[in-house]
Ligand binder design. Structure first.
Ligand code: XMP
Length: 513
């Protein structure tokens, strides 16, 4: 466990991951901890400051999440945000009241006097409000630190006990001074230092892996060539080079040149004892004639586990399985709101460690995606691998609508490569969170030369996003679209029409299946 930094008690606000992002961006470690966790859990990380997050409940509601009262007595600076402010008021002996109109949107903030929290922030700047209840009477020791035209206590402070609270959301961009406010809290009030960076993380993670394997044993990893598993591989290779075996399953559903690039990077460049499993026959055989997307995912997940287990069984002394789990997955699974409903079953290898009776190593559990990319650069992975768009486990099978066969894979691979090459060439690849081509199961009439054609349709998808949970379609320049379209139609036999997907998520998902 990483020590120090800020403990963010999570009371369920949709903005909580943003608070964590903001603080990490300042170079300070932080963790989201369920809001009702016992004080002992919070002390485990030895935080230097605590934030009580916002949340959708009313503090008086019977089932509202409440902090362990001992947390509020800790001699650490505390910042309450929205619901967190109301908790501080309630538990300190003040009064919170509902029944006002819900206030959602921008408000201008004014300060009656100078305060540590608002240091360097001008009067009249915009803050973002989202609340129904409000504090109507402050607890003893507090004074009002900010007000708006309609809200007399928009922030309150007890500078002696270092308790601060704001009704608005400093973590969202619409609060124009939010970053400065959080910096004031973390650095000036909390006295923390910007010591969190990927170089120190790297050495700590390596030390941790060595400790976990100090009694011997061997680690295996399912390497996919994506950013997360690649970074885990590079870390393990540095930590325990003689006791680490990466296994790469070529499921026959990969993009053009992908297998070669994985083998070149990990086997040739890093010198890892990479095992490649040639699984195309098995996967394509089992997928033949299957058109239902969930069925495809289930089959791919099952065959992957079978082949992976078989390969692992041939390696002596395996004790640990490494996985590239990231922090957003961890937050999702510990949140008291519970994991969100399954829309697509993404986790292809769920259950594998238990089945194989292996200990799990998840060295990236504390990191956000952009931190993983930074760590990858730090570990010397090629930039093209580190800045790659995400690629789904079931690969091209969920980008060929309808049944999956070798001919269609060949068409899609060529079209996708032309599309990706163009995005790189034109310098827009990094503006896009994820882009890919989809092969549709329809034929349309066209004319090439003097010949009538009856060929396939390729849909191009490009989205912007921060985490894949929501996404907007990328506003691609029409000239770019024109060039990509004519290149694909001219070079890929069997394709005569190109369309561009202009759906956001929701209501669409990123992948078409
Ligand atoms: P959707 O399509 O659900 O995708 O909006 C969100 C992100 O997840 C990826 N994705 C998958 N990843 N196995 C994976 O490992 C899957 O079955 C799967 N389905 C979608 C998708 O590429 C996007 O980045």
């Amino acid at each position: 466990m990483i020590k120090g930094g800020v403990a963010i008690l999570d009371f369920g606000s949709q903005y909580n991951q943003l608070i964590a992002r903001r603080i990490r961006e300042m170079g300070v470690y932080c963790e989201l901890i369920p809001g009702n966790a016992p004080v002992s859990r919070i002390l485990e990380m030895s935080p230097g400051a605590i934030i009580l997050s916002g949340g959708p409940s009313s503090v008086y509601a019977e089932d509202s999440p409440q902090p362990d009262p001992a947390v509020l007595d800790l001699e650490l600076p505390i910042l309450g945000i929205c619901y967190g402010m109301q908790l501080l008021a309630l538990h300190g002996g003040g009064r919170v009241q509902g029944g006002f109109d819900r206030e959602y949107g921008p408000a201008r903030l004014f300060y009656p006097e100078a305060s540590l929290l608002f240091d360097g922030i001008e009067d009249g700047l915009q803050a973002w409000m989202s609340h129904g209840d409000r504090v109507v009477q402050m607890p003893p020791g507090y004074s009002a630190a900010a007000h708006t035209d309609s809200l007399p206590i928009a922030a309150m402070a007890d500078p002696v006990r270092l308790r601060f609270a704001v009704q608005f959301h400093p973590e969202v961009n619409h609060t124009v001074f939010g970053d400065r406010l959080l910096r004031n809290f973390v650095f000036s009030i909390g006295g923390l230092k910007p010591e969190w960076n990927m170089s120190t993380f790297r050495s700590r993670a390596i030390q941790h892996i060595r400790e976990r394997l100090s009694h011997g044993g061997r680690v295996i990893l399912g390497l996919s060539g994506g950013v997360d598993s690649s970074v885990v591989a590079a870390l393990l290779h540095e930590a325990v080079p003689d006791r680490f075996t990466p296994i790469f399953v070529d499921n026959g559903l990969l993009r053009k040149g992908e297998r070669e690039s994985v083998e070149e990077t990990f086997r040739d460049h890093f010198g890892m004892p990479l095992i490649t499993i040639d699984g195309a026959e098995e996967f394509l055989g089992e997928l033949a004639g299957v058109t239902d997307p969930e069925m495809k995912r289930k089959i791919i997940g099952r065959v992957f586990i079978e082949l992976f287990e078989k390969a692992a069984g041939r390696i002596d002394g395996v004790t640990h399985l490494a996985q590239g789990t990231l922090y957003p997955d961890v937050i999702e699974s510990i949140s008291f709101k519970g994991p969100s409903a399954t829309i697509k079953s993404h986790h292809n290898v769920g259950g594998l460690p238990e089945r194989m009776n292996l200990e799990l190593l998840e060295p990236l559990r504390e990191l956000f995606k952009d931190e993983v990319r930074e760590l990858g650069r730090e570990l010397g992975l090629p930039e093209a691998m580190v800045s790659r768009h995400p690629f789904p486990g079931p690969g091209l099978a969920v980008r060929i609508l309808g049944d999956v066969n070798r001919e269609d894979l060949h068409i899609l691979r060529q079209a996708d490569r032309i599309y990706m090459d163009y995005l790189h060439e034109s310098g827009i690849y990094d503006e896009i969170w994820q882009a890919f081509a989809v092969l549709l199961p329809v034929r349309t009439v066209g004319v090439m030369g003097d010949q009538r054609t009856y060929d396939r349709v390729i849909a191009l998808r490009a989205v912007t996003s921060t985490d894949g949970m929501t996404a907007d379609w990328y506003r691609m320049d029409l000239e770019h679209l024109a060039k990509i379209s004519s290149r694909i139609v001219n070079r890929v036999k069997g394709v005569s029409r190109i369309v561009y997907d202009v759906s956001s998520k929701p209501p669409g998902t990123i992948e078409w299946e």
